[in-house]
Design a protein around this ligand. Structure first.
Ligand code: GAL
Length: 972
């Protein structure tokens, strides 16, 4: 049947989802004959859930490749080794099923289905993520209908479906039988425009004669197809998704519809909706579930949308195919801008220098048009869809140009997107993926891009590759979207890690990635690059995203506060504001804050609320919360916050000193510290055995360090930073000071670091000052600069005063606020599917490690003034060697890294590396820490340590200047 809108009406419908019978053959040639016949005996077949993928139900195996086709490239022929899944279902019609026409609808078959009903072949369908419908009325019988579907894993269509994702086959979306009443609604297009200059909407229905639309709330009653109604309305936007309930109807059928009025335009190179410039704070969303693959139940789509809305995501690019149709209903209802992308990617031809690329081969012209038509017709009635995308990474060619021309004619109301059209020959929006900050800035200034692109809105259809720890550099992109009117945001790659849930041979759960199913050709963990872990727990990336792209900015000014409304369309009347004042992380005052209602883009300067005076370091945190319940979060949900320093930390009292260094056999004693007199190593702190703190430069490389384009990891390994040797130069026992001088350097190379440890103590506290100084020609940046040490594993409760609660790095720190936080050691770890450096906490003033025995015994570490830490049950080397979470086996130590700084994260896994100001170069630096063994709980607040900042102390990398960045300088 020709493509048409997806809708449900009051006509009878029968879901054919459920257990089907299934048989897998290695190739079409080996598949059984006669499966379409009633008498075929499928009793030896297996039950298989439909919707579902056979590879995730015990038949065959998933395979992951990014770009390369996993079969020889001989278009349009698929390989003869072509797994073929036969599906059979026997069903009865309900007793009240109406006689007459009926349609059998498949919402998605991957990749090719041949379909028979009651022995009659209905046809063959390709276009995996697109619907296909067959007229079946005369074939139906009241009972014993036999539906047989032969699905081939590979088809000509596979050449057009080379998206970066798991290859998974089968009938993976709904199958439905729909009664089609004579004189019913065959198809309809609702045009619902909004004129922001008059506040009027215009509704027009395109449909067969006799079809009408009614919208009671607007007084529109049985408006015939072809006529328009002009009425005052509230517009639809992602921020205020006003929908009007109505009906498209004939005498024979009624279709409930939800209408959103909005007009998309491009004015003077700026993309607007309802006359307002919008900025995409978006994500690329694949449909994926760790057990079900792309057969994603609606409840998970709802979970996705609620998570998006709660984390300030305002837009989705449906990478790289139309989603399940139900997802777009949710986008209409909850409010998200959508770029709806056609099911098209031929990236594998890039491996052949784009030779034979279907995009420019006339033999594929009809297939291109067919895919786009099925996308547009299915989804045309969704207000959330504000742009069509021709596909992804299919290079250029006449078939794309023709598809663009068809789409423009069919739907002039929506601009066209396609990133691959680098010249912007047939698109309305200039789009790039992974452009560097510098390129975006130049594009914004009109200095980069082909001539036509300079008159178009610019978006990053993919940026901030969220693979592993990171992405770094998000806030710098936001600044570009604010600086340049035509730079209208982007879509983070990507929403979700596509890890597949498995168990190892000891029954422990883990998430699998490419190569874990024995694929001869695969792209490893490149499929694990989302802001959600596979089980949909937000990774730190999503928390950072939510902070960077919050719709309200709360910033300090000289002596006051500035509130800026960054929504594109709505005022702030749906929010309430409150504040808390914390001294050393303990709340001492709270209040409500009166914020005038601000129009989009508006800002107001406010005086600070009346704050009690405190002697301790204090911070004011202002939060903007939902004033009422929404479908995606309850009243009170925090949409934005800002933090300002109020009282600086008081001058610290005297440092630990005065205790003598005493010899004790082969040991030296200094205050609570015990040292090995021969090595200078600290061996105990009070009753706690320790592995001595020592200089450490290594981190388990993050995915962004491992990138091919910016191979920091290779440089670091070549420089031997993972195998440093510690050479003792001398031990100096001065008056109340123990100085251990060392040189730390890799074998076989000439450069190194002087590392001097200067210990002093009083009766209870041991103070360490580490001074490092690079020597020789250093060839590279440093992964880390700090100390490592180990303590008994029993110290598994961590409390700190500093930035938290989540992990933070130099270029990934917007979401970390100053406060007092507690966690157990396990919860400090980010469960990256591919293990790597994670869990760093920044700007820590002090840290307490205690056991769960409840005695409070343990260790306190104070910085002068700050340090960063990670605490783990394994070493950086273990983390480095691990390939799956199950490789991380707790040791009987707690491994602590206490750092001056780390190299930034960047997004080099796909995109630009670490920005210059976040790179960590070898430099002279110091770290001052005081260790206090705890035999009982400390009363808080603890007196801070003293001594002015040593002049050589290198603070952590400064945030960028400018009002948008947090700063630790006090407001008064
Ligand atoms: C892009 C592509 C995405 C994904 C990403 C890297 O080139 O469009 O599908 O592969 O790179 O993760």
């Amino acid at each position: 049947m020709p493509p048409r809108a997806a809708f449900r009406s009051d006509a009878a419908a029968l879901s054919l989802n459920g257990p089907w019978r299934f048989h897998l053959s290695p190739s079409p040639a080996e598949a059984p004959d006669g499966i379409e016949s009633d008498s075929y005996d499928d009793s030896a077949w297996h039950p298989l859930p439909v919707p579902g993928h056979w590879q995730l139900n015990g038949h065959g195996r998933p395979a992951y490749t990014n770009i390369r086709y996993p079969f020889p490239v001989t278009p349009p022929a698929p390989p003869s080794d072509n797994p073929t899944g036969d599906h059979r279902l026997t069903f009865d019609l309900p007793a009240d099923w109406p006689a007459g026409p009926a349609v059998l609808r498949f919402d998605g078959i991957d990749s090719c289905g041949r379909i028979w009903l009651n022995g009659t072949e209905l046809g063959i369908t390709t276009g995996s993520r697109l619907p296909s419908e067959f007229a079946v009325g005369p074939l139906l019988r009241p009972t014993g209908n036999v539906l047989a579907v032969r699905v081939h894993q590979w088809s000509a269509g596979s050449y057009l479906e080379d998206q970066d994702m798991w290859w998974l086959s089968g009938i993976f979306r709904d199958v439905t039988l729909l009664a089609r009443p004579e004189g019913g609604v065959r198809d309809y297009t609702l045009h619902a425009d909004y004129d922001h200059t008059t506040g009027h909407g215009t509704l027009r229905l395109d449909a067969d004669p006799g079809v009408r639309v009614s919208v009671p709330a607007l007084g529109i009653d049985a408006l015939p197809a072809g006529q328009s109604a002009h009425v005052p309305v509230q517009p639809w936007s992602a921020e205020s998704p006003r929908l009007y309930d109505g009906e498209v109807h004939t005498g024979a059928e009624r279709v409930p519809v939800r209408i959103g009025f909005r007009t998309v335009s491009i004015d003077d190179g700026v993309l607007k909706v309802n006359g307002r410039r919008i900025v995409f704070r978006g994500v690329n969303r694949h449909e994926f579930h760790p057990e079900l693959g792309r057969a994603l139940p609606q409840a998970w789509a709802v979970a996705d949308i609620e998570l998006m809305k709660r984390h300030n995501v305002n837009a989705v690019r449906t990478s790289h195919y139309p989603p399940d149709p139900g997802f777009l209903d949710l986008c209409d209802r909850y409010g998200l801008w959508v770029i709806d992308e056609c099911d098209l990617e031929t990236h594998g031809f890039s491996e052949l220098g784009w030779r034979d690329n279907p995009s420019d081969d006339p033999r594929w012209a009809a297939a291109y048009l067919d895919r786009m038509a099925r996308t547009v017709e299915r989804d045309k009635n969704h207000p959330s869809v504000i742009m069509w995308s021709l596909g992804n990474e299919a290079h250029t060619g006449r078939n794309l140009a023709a598809t663009a021309a068809w789409t423009r004619r069919r739907d002039p109301g929506r601009p066209l997107h396609y990133e691959g059209d680098a010249d912007c020959a047939y698109v309305d929006v200039h789009s790039r993926m992974y452009a560097s900050h510098e390129d975006v800035d130049r594009i914004g200034r009109g200095e980069l891009g082909p001539p036509r692109s300079r008159e178009l809105p610019f978006i990053l259809c993919e940026f901030a590759h969220a693979m592993g720890t990171g992405p770094g550099g998000l806030v710098e992109y936001r600044e570009l979207f604010e600086r340049h009117e035509r730079c209208q945001g982007g879509f983070v790659w990507e929403w979700l890690d596509h890890g597949i849930a498995r168990h190892d041979d000891r029954g422990r759960p883990y998430f699998a990635y490419g190569g874990d199913f024995g694929e001869p050709l695969h792209d490893g963990n490149f499929v694990i690059d989302g802001m959600l872990h596979p089980d949909r727990t937000p990774s730190p990336a999503l928390i950072e995203f939510a902070k960077v792209f919050e719709p309200v900015r709360i910033a300090g000014t000289r002596g006051g506060l500035r509130i800026t409304n960054l929504y594109d369309c709505v005022p702030l009347d749906h929010l309430s504001f409150d504040w808390t004042l914390e001294a050393q992380g303990t709340e001492i005052a709270v209040g409500a804050l009166d914020v005038p209602d601000l129009p989009p883009g508006g800002s107001a300067d406010l005086a600070l609320p009346p704050l009690p005076a405190t002697a301790a370091e204090s911070w004011l945190t202002v939060r903007a919360r939902l004033a009422g319940d929404t479908p995606w979060a309850a009243a009170g949900h925090v949409v934005a916050w800002g933090q300002l320093p109020v009282t600086p930390a008081p001058p610290p009292p005297a440092p630990a000193s005065g205790a003598p260094v005493r010899a004790d056999g082969t040991a030296l004693r200094l205050g609570p510290g015990r040292f090995d007199a021969r090595t200078g190593h600290l061996t105990a702190l009070g009753h706690l055995p320790v592995q001595s703190p020592r200089l450490d430069l290594w981190r388990a490389p993050v995915d962004n360090d491992r990138a091919a384009d910016a191979p920091e990891e290779q440089t670091w390994r070549a420089a031997g930073l993972h195998r440093l040797q510690h050479h003792l130069l001398d031990i100096d026992r001065g008056d109340g000071v123990l100085v251990v001088r060392t040189r730390v350097a890799p074998a076989g190379l000439g450069f190194g670091m002087r590392a001097d440890y200067r210990w002093s103590a009083d009766a209870h506290r041991l103070r360490l000052r580490l001074d490092v100084e690079p020597e020789g020609e250093w060839p590279c940046t440093l992964p880390r600069l700090g100390l490592r040490m180990a303590l008994p594993a029993a110290l598994d409760t961590v409390e700190w005063y500093g930035r938290g609660p989540g992990e933070a790095y130099a270029d990934f720190r917007q979401a970390a606020r100053v406060g007092r936080f507690t966690s157990d050691v396990d919860a400090l770890q980010t469960p990256n599917v591919y293990p790597q450096e994670n869990g760093n906490r920044l700007n820590v003033r002090h840290l307490r490690l205690t056991g769960t025995d409840g005695t409070g015994a343990g260790l306190r570490i104070d910085g002068e003034p700050h340090f960063a830490f990670t605490a783990r049950r394994w070493t950086s080397e273990h983390l480095d060697a691990a390939r799956h979470t199950t490789d991380l086996v707790p040791s009987d130590h707690l491994h602590l890294n206490l750092d001056i700084a780390q190299h930034g994260l960047g997004t080099a896994a796909c995109g630009p590396g670490v920005l210059p100001h976040h790179r960590l170069h070898p430099h002279r630096a110091s770290l001052v820490l005081t260790f206090t063994p705890l035999s009982e709980p400390l009363s808080e607040p603890v007196t801070p340590l003293s001594e002015p900042l040593p002049e050589t102390l290198t603070p952590l990398p400064e945030p960028l200047p400018g009002p948008h960045h947090d700063s630790e300088a006090p407001a008064r």
